[in-house]
Design a protein around this ligand. Structure first.
Ligand code: SAM
Length: 243
């Protein structure tokens, strides 16, 4: 689907070496499957080579390479940031890390329930629940203007009950949408992960009223057997109160 993903595949195929997995004995079947998947996944290998904290970095890279919504100088909020792979990409692409000397320097705020190591150029809110009004107040107090881009890769710990996981993630998205109504600049961008299901269309209706363009995106680096997809919402237009 995306050009970058093809390059990733070619490169990672050339570096891919199928190591024999040791120490599987005595582990639960689900842990064994996870270890095998991690050890053979081309994006996991590439994340190590490119110093990203997780393979998820490539989902954001793919989506931005295709739709070009990140730029130096932007102010961006990363919801559900741990372990920090998306924030690493955001710090580079907005130049929040100051690496591109002649370009504008952006700002990245990163919030997660879990702790995560600091990232150069990123203001972190670890051990913080994005849905709590206190956290949202703290985030707003650290910026002078509104956000150009809000991204949410937040996800609950999966229960294995697809419909329950779907409902929980949609609820998280609704909270991100509500926050975006007051915190996103006109023409701003909102990117949110969902697990597809019965409530997807209801959420889409709300988004279509708020943004000029709303797209479903499934990056190549997102596992095919995962229900995850992303809503990419471009050009924020109006505020709604009924979300
Ligand atoms: C898939 S991980 C995010 C990976 C991250 N984008 C990266 O690239 O490193 C989902 C994260 O959402 C976080 N999360 C779930 N609910 C949250 C909430 N209410 N507030 C903040 N973070 C939350 C989880 O703690 C978890 O770390």
């Amino acid at each position: 689907m995306f050009k970058h993903a093809k390059n990733v595949r070619q490169l990672s195929y050339s570096i891919c070496c199928h190591q024999k997995l040791k120490n599987l004995k005595g582990k639960k079947k689900s842990s064994q499957e996870w270890l095998i998947r991690q050890n053979t996944d081309e994006y996991v290998k590439l994340a190590k080579i490119e110093n990203y904290r997780a393979r998820s970095a490539f989902k954001l890279i793919e989506m931005d390479d295709h739709y070009r919504f990140l730029r130096p100088g932007q102010t961006v909020l990363d919801c559900g940031a741990a372990p920090g792979a998306w924030s690493q990409v955001l710090a580079k692409r907005t130049n929040a890390n100051g690496e591109q000397v002649e370009k504008r320097v952006g700002k990245v705020m990163a919030v997660d329930l879990s702790p995560f190591h600091p990232i150069v150029g990123v203001t972190s809110f670890p051990l913080s629940d994005f849905t709590s009004p206190e956290t949202q107040k703290q985030i707003l107090e650290t910026i002078d203007s509104k956000f150009d881009v809000i991204v949410s890769d937040m996800a609950p710990k999966v229960s294995g009950m697809n419909s329950l996981d779907h409902e929980i993630i949609i609820d998280l998205c609704r909270k991100v949408v509500r926050f975006s109504e007051c915190a996103l600049k006109p023409n701003g961008t909102l990117l949110m992960k969902i697990f597809d299901g019965g409530l997807t269309k209801d959420l889409e209706k709300i988004l279509v009223n708020m943004f000029h363009k709303v797209k479903y995106v499934k990056p190549d680096s997102s596992r095919k057997n995962s229900a995850e997809i992303y809503f990419l919402c471009l050009k924020f237009k109006i505020k709604l109160s009924n979300t």
